[in-house]
Write a protein that binds this ligand. Structure first.
Ligand code: GLN
Length: 541
């Protein structure tokens, strides 16, 4: 069978849910019995997403094979319920770098190396590589940014050339925004008409328009979009804002027959009776009414006057998956760690929550606030899950307050600490010294052996697990004995390198922290055992 490529571009403005649109379309096609995968292309020059500040670009998602990529890969994994590998992510930086590296190795045999066709060929090569490796019937390709921008033109150009060559079937989808300005009170289609013109000038005609708006498109608007944008009226798909969760989006798209229309265009027939699993999930979500309150103590929330949740999206989704699985409605609150630094008494507000999470993080800002928060939840037996930096700072808190090592710290924040309970591995010292910071952390999936009587062992139901990492610092094994003597349980260790992966405080109701990131592998149809553990403890189950 030929591979079908579906290219998805954004119109009018960013942030309207292109990633979730791709993920939802992928889910629909998977439920029709096809093998589906999704690729994200980011037009910026960073070689990967690892060097970007999360408040600017959202969470850095990590794949099993250690690629630091855009958070949309997380959406694809959550909707598809499958792991996605590094081949499925590329940036302009990565593509240019590989072409330039090849040029330096004389791979172009003396030719002049040019943007077209050498860059477009490299993008196309990467897309076919994904098709081959995943053996997918459908490869969805999300082109970052908005049509009309300079930065993503080269990727539209690649898509146009792929359609022209037509080794596979190529479909274009435009996810566009339809504003309803307050003073007019009517949904406007003109910005989308302009977006389609911009696509047309790149030689591309969309096959589908996904109409993002606060309300569904009425038939008058659908007709108008159809005529002006040159798209069949049944291929204008309503995508209104939803009250519920993003997981309802595939269901909404199907109300407008998106899946069936894609199959018609590709000449395919559904391979199975549509699975009911997803509908069951939606039913579960809707039935979850009794609230469970979870606080996230972090620092990547603010952007000017606005609060962004994107920096912790996998953590948030993992909380939701686990809450729904026990029929509870998750109520998530952002708690600014700096506030617990400026006003240490204010940590008392944590008693208003059923559970607290200290997620991953970097650097000095807000660290003492997080440590204050951890002290408070430990002393007050509030269910707690620490993730990566959350584990490291739990160890610092325990060392300072239980082991009476007042000066204990992580070497990341205080290089001269007398008690570096968290320190770097020797290989990382070289990276730091030589400023080799991009893609050089301990990244991707590593094994962990869980201790026999640990809570983690009980929750996972097995001895050996594999989880994804993204960190440069580790628990300093020189302090292990001292910490253990005072009641800290080393609940999981990497068998190859002896690195601490999980800690627990068995005296507490639920106090678990991990060096890895369990949030990255939680799926709506398969919630993560540690998040389920936290949520169950929080819900008093
Ligand atoms: N900053 C810490 C480290 O580099 C923790 C990283 C994280 O939380 N992802 O080890």
């Amino acid at each position: 069978m030929k591979t079908n490529f579906i290219f998805v571009c954004g119109g009018v403005m960013s942030g309207i849910g292109k990633g979730v649109t791709v993920a939802s379309t992928a889910r629909i096609l998977k439920d029709y019995g096809f093998r589906v995968t999704a690729v994200k292309i980011d037009p910026y020059l960073n070689v990967d997403a690892g060097t970007m500040n999360p408040t600017e670009h959202g969470e850095v998602f990590v794949t099993d094979d250690g690629m630091e990529c855009d958070q949309d890969i997380g959406n694809y994994e959550r909707f598809l319920g499958e792991n996605i590998l590094r081949d499925n992510y590329m940036t302009s930086g990565l593509v240019y770098k590989s072409v330039i590296d090849q040029e330096r190795n004389l791979k172009y045999g003396g030719k002049c190396v040019q943007v077209i066709p050498d860059i477009t060929n490299e993008v196309e090569r990467r897309l076919w590589n994904v098709a081959r490796k995943t053996d997918a019937d459908f490869v969805l390709v999300e082109i970052g940014g908005t049509v009309g921008e300079y930065e993503n033109l080269i990727f539209l150009e690649t898509a146009r050339i792929m359609k022209l060559r037509s080794y596979g079937q190529v479909i274009f989808m435009l996810v566009s925004y339809f504003p309803i300005p307050k003073m007019i009170g009517e949904m406007k289609t003109k910005p989308t008409q302009h977006a389609v013109r911009a696509m047309n000038s790149a030689g591309i005609q969309p096959d589908f328009i996904i109409a993002r708006s606060s309300r569904p498109l009425d038939s008058i608007r659908k007709q108008k979009v159809s005529i002006f944008c040159n798209v069949a009226v049944q291929d204008v798909i309503s995508a209104p804002d939803i009250d519920g969760s993003v997981y309802e989006i595939p269901v909404n798209f199907e109300k407008d027959n998106l899946g069936r229309r894609i199959l018609e265009k590709t000449g395919l027939k559904s391979r199975t009776r549509k699975s009911k699993q997803w509908d069951k999930l939606i039913g579960n979500i809707r039935a979850s009414k009794e609230p469970v309150k979870i606080g996230i103590v972090g620092k990547y929330f603010g952007s000017g006057d606005f609060t962004l949740a994107d920096s912790y999206i996998s953590v948030i989704e993992a909380i939701k998956h686990a809450a729904w699985s026990i029929k509870r409605k998750p109520e998530i609150t952002w708690l600014e760690s700096e506030q617990y630094e400026k006003n240490p008494q204010s940590v008392r507000e944590l008693k208003n929550f059923h559970g607290i999470i200290v997620p991953g993080g970097f650097g000095k800002r807000g660290v003492e606030g997080k440590i204050n928060a951890i002290k408070y939840v430990r002393e007050n037996n509030i269910p707690f899950l620490g993730l990566c930096y959350g584990l490291q700072l739990s160890v610092v808190e325990f060392a300072r307050n239980i082991c009476k090592m007042a000066g204990a710290h992580t070497a990341e924040v205080d290089q001269k600490t007398p008690e570096p309970v968290i320190c770097t591995m020797p290989d990382q010292l070289v990276n730091i010294k030589e400023k080799r910071m991009g893609g050089s952390m301990r990244l991707g999936a590593y094994k962990c052996k869980l201790a026999k009587h640990s809570l983690a062992r009980k929750l996972y139901g097995k001895d050996i697990i594999s989880e994804r990492h993204r960190h440069r610092y580790e628990v300093n094994n020189q302090y292990r004995g001292g910490l253990e003597k005072k009641g800290l349980l080393i609940a999981g260790v990497n068998p190859q390198r002896g690195l601490v992966e999980v800690i627990e405080l068995p005296k507490n109701k639920f106090f678990v922290a991990t060096q890895f990131h369990p949030e990255l592998t939680s799926r709506p149809l398969n919630p993560h055992p540690l998040f389920r553990g936290l949520l169950k403890a929080a819900a008093g189950k």
